[in-house]
Design a binder for this molecule. Sequence first.
Ligand SMILES: Nc1ncnc2c1ncn2[C@@H]1O[C@H](COP(=O)(O)OP(=O)(O)O)[C@@H](O)[C@H]1O
Ligand SMILES: [Mg+2]
Length: 259
Amino acid sequence: MKKIVITGKGGVGKTTIIATLSRLLSRDSYRVMIIDTDPSMNLAMSMGVPLSDVLTLAAHKTEIRVNTDMDDDGEDNHHSGKIDFEDVLKDFTVKTSDEVRLIVMGTIPFGGAGCICSSVAMVKLLVEHLAANGSEYDFVIVDSQAGSEILGRGLAANYDYNVVVTEAFPKAIDVAKHVMKLAADLKVKRQLVVVNKTANGIDAEKVANALGIDGHDIFTVRHDKKVLEADNNVVQLLDMEPDSVVIDDIRKIKDAVCF
Ligand SMILES: Nc1ncnc2c1ncn2[C@@H]1O[C@H](COP(=O)(O)OP(=O)(O)O)[C@@H](O)[C@H]1O
Ligand SMILES: [Mg+2]
């Protein structure tokens, strides 16, 4: 089972890319689980599932944690054996487009409710459980909130890929640089950089130079106004515009992670 985390600055296109990437993998007969760890929880809608149909881990963590000692700082991972992750998978997995399975970590329920650390810790253990019981999924792809929080929490330790999404402007590149450093600290095996919303080849070159990487690990996804149109109509790009250049470009990322 390959483990992939998608990181980068807010608004660069992480969720958009996962929504199509996961379906393309599934159409190639891979079994795919996607997990939304962003408290903004956009991924369900991007997969055509209303959030009202989804149970989130965060909203039910008291029940999940029955008989465990995991506390709210999420640091105590030693009691994972007491969580029945098969039950968690049964109760929280949602079937989406092209048979892609989705789990939504959840959000902060009210102002002042505290951090989401224990929920992130739960996702970390869940992915470890899936990896240990290997046969059920070929890919687990974790969507993340903007910035570096989940890497700081160690969620992606020893993952196969960090797919860093960026645009070709300095603030996005700065975030990319930071998450790449943290992913390297966590011994993520390979980092792929995706320059999204590109208009020309110069963007990729600019990003590659700024990040000090060679062309081998850099991908571009072209800008297409149909992506925004699909978002506005709450439909999926793959259904609305199957011939979009964006899908062609994401197919290359799919080929890279299958390699
Ligand atoms: N290749 C693209 N071309 C045009 N618009 C895009 C493209 N990729 C993403 N977008 C738009 O960018 C915005 C942010 O995308 P999103 O996937 O939500 O970013 P993130 O998950 O990184 O916050 C959305 O409005 C989306 O429609
Ligand atoms: Mg997102």
